[in-house]
Design a binder for this molecule. Structure first.
Ligand code: ADE
Length: 225
């Protein structure tokens, strides 16, 4: 899978996209992630990417031309399944959407910034608008990292231990059961006996019950879906 991220602050993306699972997924060829600096698509000396809004509101608006040039260049090189814009007024991101995106070949993520982007880009070029929650970030870069991370980790083969992605929280609309490691007792705090029993049928049953009980207590809305 290939992800192209368009941003005015590429520096914000470097570290999150190049560590841990995302780093390994790129090294093993499961994912390709490219970051494009929107300023490289400007045509003035000052590399201007924003301008004042019509109507005289406060704040700046991302200009059409650099975004258009960048997206058109990428589209001329390959087909894209989705052109995503990150914005607090998009659809709320969740595991279902991550699963859906992980099946795609090529996606673009355009990071919103400033007061937003000239609305004509959203009307004519964007195919999906995604928010990572009901709060406002300084820009869409962190949201793009959240999307890239959550998508790449579930590409089949990207995680060495494949089962691990399938047992993630939310994969069955359930929270994950608690996990423990050695020592089996610390400070008088014990790991549940069943996990030490070696009886895998019992362990699985316990994990399912825990997942259900925790979801019911902490996120009953997931059970209603
Ligand atoms: N840009 C600013 N806030 C955002 C949010 N909550 N989700 C996605 N992009 C954003």
């Amino acid at each position: 899978m290939r992800i192209d991220i368009i941003t005015v602050v590429p520096e914000l993306l470097a570290s999150p996209l190049n560590e841990s699972i995302l780093k390994r997924a790129q090294e093993s060829g499961h994912a390709e992630i490219y970051v494009h600096n929107l300023r490289d698509y400007t045509d003035d000396k000052r590399r201007t990417v924003d301008d004042y809004p019509f109507g005289g509101e406060a704040g700046m608006v991302m200009k059409i031309e650099p975004v258009f040039r960048c997206i058109e260049k990428l589209k001329s090189e390959r087909d894209y399944d989705e052109i995503i814009y990150t914005s607090p007024d998009g659809i709320t991101y969740n595991q279902r959407e991550a699963n859906r995106l992980s099946l795609m070949n090529n996606i673009i993520i355009l990071c919103g910034h400033y007061k937003g982007i000239d609305y004509r880009i959203r009307e004519h070029l964007i195919t999906r608008e995604i928010s990572i929650g009901d709060y406002v970030l300084t820009g869409g870069e962190l949201a793009a990292c959240v999307i890239a991370d959550s998508v790449v980790r579930i590409i089949p083969g990207a995680i060495g231990d494949e089962a691990s992605a399938l047992t993630d929280c939310f994969q069955d609309n359930l929270l994950a059961p608690p996990v423990y490691t050695r020592p089996s007792e610390f400070n008088g705090w014990k790991v549940p006996d069943v996990l030490l029993s070696g009886n895998f049928a019992e362990i699985e049953k316990w994990q399912e019950e825990q997942a259900y009980t925790r979801t019911k207590a902490l996120r009953p809305d997931l059970l209603e879906e």
